[in-house]
Structure formats: C-alpha cells, structure tokens
Design a protein. Structure first.
Length: 288
C-alpha cells in the first residue's frame, strides 16, 4: 500500500487552513507535486471551503484532487471521525449541515477556553485568531490544533504534542465534549451528497469492538487502515476488519502542516494508496 515502486500514489487525508491545517489548499497541492504523488484528498473538518481552490491548483499542477470532508461525530463516549470522498461540494443540504457542525465546534472551543482559564492559563479566542496571521473566513473553523498552537506561543506548553498530552487530548483537564451527531448519521449525510463514507483512523479510538459496531450499523464503504498514527499491528488488525466487512482499506497521512517545526500527524504522502484502490472507492461511491 505504501510501496514507492507504484507509479500513481494518492494520500487521502490532508487538512488545510480551511479547518486546522497550516497551508492554504494550493500549498497542499504543491507539496503533493513535490512529493511525486498523483493526487491527494482535501478533508477538512466539517467544511469544504478549501476544495475549489484545491481543484484549481490541481489543474495547474497536474494533481488529482479528491473532494472530501472529515465529519466530527460521537459514539460510545468517544470522538469519532468519518471521512467522505467524492462528495458534491455544492450540495446545499450538506453545506447547511456542516455549518451547524461548525457552530457546535465553536461551542466546544468556548468550553475549552473556560477550562484553560480555570487551570490558570487564560487564553482568548482573539489571541487564537491573531495567531493565524489572517482573517478567518465564515466557512472556516478553529480547532484544537489552533488552541494548542496558542498555548505554545504563550509558554503554557512546550510544543503541540505537549499541549495535547497535558491539556487538550481526550480525558485531559481542558478536554471538552459537546453533543454531536452519530457516525451513522454522518455516513448517511455523505451518501446523500453522492460520496463514499470511510471510518477514519480507527486506531485512535482504543476500542475495536466499538469500531466493529459502527461499521455494522453505519455500513461505510471503507476504513482508514494506513494512518500516520497506526503502527504495523494496527494496520494488520484493520486490514483484517476491512476483509471481514468487505471494506476498501484506505490510506492517509492526516497532514496538518508544520507547527513549531514539527509535522503534525504525518507528512504528505507518508501514507498512500494506489490508483486501483482509489478507483474501487470511486465505484463504491456510485461514480463510474
């Protein structure tokens, strides 16, 4: 799946500044070109704001751009992410639904800031936005990486990983959870927008039985077997689950850019798949 001898490789999980990535969409496309990839997916959190720019850059650089999204959900008390590929990014129903999810994300951010204040680390939303170095567009959103970046800038954390490990990660003192939709509902939204739903990075959930239940009830098209935070054991387990449920085994770096000199999750192209796997995903989305 990551064999560099393959001529056409695709990274199906990258983020841009439309959500919590560091690069503009065209920047991700340029990096994909430099890495020798044939294509990438743009999968920002709860928004498709970066897709149009990415598609234009893809035409300029000769890079295939798969229009995607990563939808935030909750199941079994855990944050679960669902990737959607080949979606209609002009679908008005989907756009309205994603807008409501971004509003939920804003409420979650307020709770995090309240918890940080209580921990003696006052931080304002304006300070976080100032760190972007540009105005935030209405269809963009602030995420935990932005908050982590601000914590580092203010000296409350040594680096991004430290900010998550001590404060922002699941179960940590400043972690906050708000009501979200279920993975099954997100998968249905993606199907209704003409796309292929895929369960993202299952190894991060720490509960393979929950993963199996979500697959059985939501019936995704694929599962992200190859991810920057998966080791060889996880890859093997999720390959077996993919075979058990007849799912397409996908691959993605979950690239968010470089903060404080560190690549968050993995570099573009560090996890990739072949054209035949991409085409199988496309066919299962209903596109020929």
């Amino acid at each position: 799946m990551n064999d560099t001898a393959l001529q056409e490789l695709y990274d199906l999980h990258t983020h841009t500044r439309a959500s919590d990535g560091m690069n503009d969409p065209a920047g991700n496309i340029r990096l994909a070109k430099e890495k020798g990839l044939a294509g990438i997916a743009i999968t920002d959190h709860d928004t498709v704001a970066g897709i149009e720019e990415a598609l234009e850059a893809g035409r300029q650089y000769g890079i295939t751009v798969v229009p995607g999204v990563e939808i935030s959900t909750v199941a079994g008390g855990r944050d679960i992410h669902v990737l959607g590929y080949f979606i209609d990014v002009a679908d008005h129903k989907l756009l309205g639904r994603l807008q409501k999810l971004r509003e939920t994300r804003e409420a979650r951010n307020d709770l995090i800031l309240e918890k940080l204040q209580a921990l003696g680390m006052p931080l304002t939303l304006q300070e976080i936005k100032d760190g972007l170095g540009r105005p935030l567009r209405p269809d963009e959103s602030i995420g935990r990486p932005h908050i982590a970046d601000a914590l580092v800038r203010k000296g409350y954390a040594d680096n991004m990983r430290d900010a998550f490990d001590r404060y922002l990660g699941e179960g940590k003192p400043a972690y906050a959870s708000v009501p979200r939709i279920s993975p099954e509902e997100a998968m249905q939204w993606i199907r209704e927008a003409g796309g292929a739903p895929v369960l993202a990075h299952p190894g991060l959930y720490g509960d393979d039985e929950l993963v199996r239940r979500i697959i059985a009830s939501g019936k995704p098209v694929g599962i992200e077997v190859y991810h920057s935070d998966h080791g060889a054991n996880e890859e093997q387990r999720y390959l077996e689950i993919a075979a058990q449920f007849d799912l397409v085994p996908t691959a993605g770096s979950d690239y968010h850019g470089v903060r404080q000199g560190v690549v968050f999750h993995g570099d573009i192209g560090s996890r990739s798949l072949s054209l035949c796997v991409l085409e199988e995903l496309r066919v299962r989305s209903g596109l020929k």
